[in-house]
Design a binder for this molecule. Sequence first.
Ligand SMILES: [Zn+2]
Length: 170
Amino acid sequence: MFSDILPEYLGANRFIDAKESLSGPLEPQHYKRFAEMATMEPGGTYGVAGSREPYGPRTVRGHVACSATVTCQRCLKPMSINLAGEIVWGLVFSEVEMQNLEKELDPILIDSGQLALRQAIEDELVLLLPIMPMHDECDSGWIPDSEPGDALKNESPFAVLAGLKNEKRP
Ligand SMILES: [Zn+2]
């Protein structure tokens, strides 16, 4: 199935015991907290599947992926980024269970039997955001306030290139 609207809550035990799975598009308007940091583009996807080994932890595994626009922290212009992450959740129903959870699982606390799926997905997306997003190379050559006509007259791009070449000579 690839059309499931991501539900806000899931019955945790049923999802795990029945080994259910869900996948579909991420709806940008569902993620208000994410929207404070970045603009999610349409076309993002998620997939989650519940499972449990006998006597093992209840797990939800899957993925999230989307494109987003953030502000470059160097030139303050928008930049596009692709976010993709793996979901490896261990569902826990108490603080004690959380402490005993296997280290490779990210603990998700279940309240009243409900997995707050949308919130957990949003947490994953927020964690994927770079702390200091920056272009590899900011487009600093273009300064809108200057008068490019004058610059072109005085120095053609080829002259600049030639100059660079000369500088490299020992
Ligand atoms: Zn930049």
